[in-house]
Design a protein. Structure first.
Length: 85
């Protein structure tokens, strides 16, 4: 099996959520994170783009999505892109 690179867009619960803390929590929970960056949306609200690289296995993305949604301050997540490496 190969590896899969997936980019997720994480929306905070509110504009007051500390995205630096969210990033630290993500790094602590997931060791497959390759890149993270803050993306301005507007009106003081930012999202967080998180790219992860994992093995192409059944249920792997579900585990990552569950880990991301369980982090305090994360309101919603969306998989933007996924590609085989």
């Amino acid at each position: 099996m190969g590896k899969v690179a997936t980019t997720f867009k994480l929306m905070p619960e509110s504009a007051e959520v500390d995205l630096d803390k969210v990033q630290a929590d993500i790094k602590e929970k997931l060791d497959c994170v390759q890149d993270m960056k803050v993306e301005p949306i507007g009106f003081g609200l930012n999202s967080l783009l998180v790219m992860v690289v994992t093995e192409d296995s059944s249920g792997g993305m579900d585990e990552i999505e569950n880990s991301l949604t369980s982090i305090d301050g994360v309101g919603d997540i969306e998989a933007l892109s996924s590609t085989l490496l």
